[in-house]
Design a protein around this ligand. Structure first.
Ligand code: UDP
Length: 420
């Protein structure tokens, strides 16, 4: 029986603000909600799913990024599987939702609940965190058409960029994601603490930690320069492409790819395949290059521990990369920027929103691996430039992307939806 659960119980006051998403751990949305709910009283429910459902929602995810065949949606079985998984969960929501509650449905996985929330007297809002810098006709248009009944039920839509929303959306709010500077993921860490953590997980030592799986030939040397990408093992993050960037970097430069344990994120069924692809790249590298590539898989079971390790890795890095093929926003970049790191990111979607090329980071064409390597060499060899870009990156995040601003935007959204 598929039953949603409250990850955070809703506050008692009415009307309620509640969020619904597909997973309590793993990825930017759960990271955002966990932090948002520290700043704002709200409920957080997580839907249930199964392998067939997650295969469809992953397809929709790729479709919104312009990376899937839109004609597959012509097969009515796809939408049938999607709706049939959510349908048994309607009664649970009808039971929990009271009239005028604002219920924010995050990403395509939960959009299908909109008519049921509406029927229960609630005010459904869809927050779509993903989208692509492409011609919308290449993918999203087909999705907007297939989900017309869901869109008709919505009171508002939230996106990061206007082009991520369906055309003619009546009540559109633009809210970029945000980070919490004081959260475990971002709080200051001293050099001793960073060194101890990285040794404890076996990145810089021969130790083996129970919650971190590391694949490398030998530990990261203490005086090495580090290029880091932190991501889920999702095809759109191009982890194999970052692994290939190790070729041609200075001899003391190492590439660290850090991700969540791919078996722990239910709505991310492609993680193991991507990890296998990265291992294949590793196997093909020369012996010298192979010795400079480190794969780090961190368990999500203990959220704070996971956050602390990611924090330490980001602080240890000399350059943080996000070589995504498409990216709705890219919290990993925001997290690196608030730590004053020099960032090289793909010139797409939300990464383009956060970074002004040459001012607070470097934008690259992810398809042009030659120029990514060139920018990496340039930044690794220029500590002054790294410091300047990093300083301005931190200022950008403090000015535009803090959790306080995110919570305020949600407060206004809830007020406006109630008053409409
Ligand atoms: N993340 C993490 N541990 C990992 C890999 C990723 O905590 O091993 C976090 C990362 O720090 C960030 C989020 O997952 O907060 C990823 O968000 P982003 O917007 O970059 O991408 P998404 O996964 O939502 O596509």
């Amino acid at each position: 029986m598929l039953t949603p659960t409250w990850e955070v119980d809703p506050p008692r006051e009415s009307p309620l603000l509640a969020h619904v998403n597909a997973t309590a751990t793993g990825g930017g949305v759960s990271e955002l909600l966990r932090n948002l709910l520290r700043h704002q009283p709200a409920g957080w429910a997580v839907i249930a799913g199964n392998a067939d459902f997650y295969a469809v929602t992953k397809y929709l995810h790729h479709l919104l990024h312009g990376q899937a065949d839109p004609t597959r949606l012509d097969d009515p079985a796809l939408i049938r599987t999607y709706r049939a998984t959510l349908e048994p969960q309607h009664a649970w929501f009808a039971d929990q939702i009271r009239p005028d509650d604002v219920v924010v449905l995050h990403d395509p996985q939960t959009l299908g609940l909109a008519p049921a929330i509406k029927a229960a007297g609630g005010k459904p809002v869809w927050h779509c965190h993903i989208g692509a810098t492409i011609d919308p006709e290449r993918g999203p248009a087909r999705m907007w058409q297939a989900f017309e009944p869901e869109f008709d039920a919505l009171d508002a839509v939230v996106t990061t960029l206007p082009e991520f929303a369906p055309p003619n959306t009546k009540n559109l709010f633009l809210i970029p994601p945000a980070v919490d500077p004081s959260a475990v993921k971002n709080r200051d860490l001293g050099a001793t603490e960073i060194d101890a953590l990285l040794a404890e997980i076996g990145l810089t030592s021969d130790r083996i930690a129970p919650d971190v799986a590391i694949t490398h030939e030998k530990p990261l040397p203490p005086d090495s320069r580090v290029v880091l990408q932190v991501s889920r093992w999702d095809p759109l993050k191009d982890m194999p492409g970052v692994a290939r960037c190790v070729v041609g970097l200075p001899r003391d430069a190492h590439v660290v790819l850090a991700g969540t344990n791919p078996t722990e994120i239910p709505d991310d069924p492609e993680g193991l395949a991507v990890l296998a692809e990265v291992r294949a790249v590793l196997a093909e590298l020369s012996e010298v290059d192979r010795g400079r590539l480190h794969l780090v898989n961190i368990s999500m079971r203990d959220q704070d521990r996971n956050a602390l390790i990611v924090n330490a890795l980001q602080r240890r890095a000399d350059v943080v990369v996000q070589k995504s093929l498409q990216e709705g926003f890219g919290l990993t970049v925001t997290e690196a920027m608030i730590k004053g790191k020099a960032v090289i990111a793909s010139d797409v979607g939300g990464l383009r929103q956060q970074i002004t090329h040459g001012h607070n980071g470097i934008l690259v064409d992810p398809a042009d691996i030659g120029s990514v390597r060139e920018e990496l060499r340039r930044l690794l060899d220029d500590p002054t430039l790294r410091r300047e870009l990093g300083g301005r990156a931190r200022a950008t995040v403090l000015e535009h992307y803090t959790m306080r601003q995110f919570a305020d935007a949600y407060r206004q959204l809830a007020k406006s939806v109630h008053e409409a």
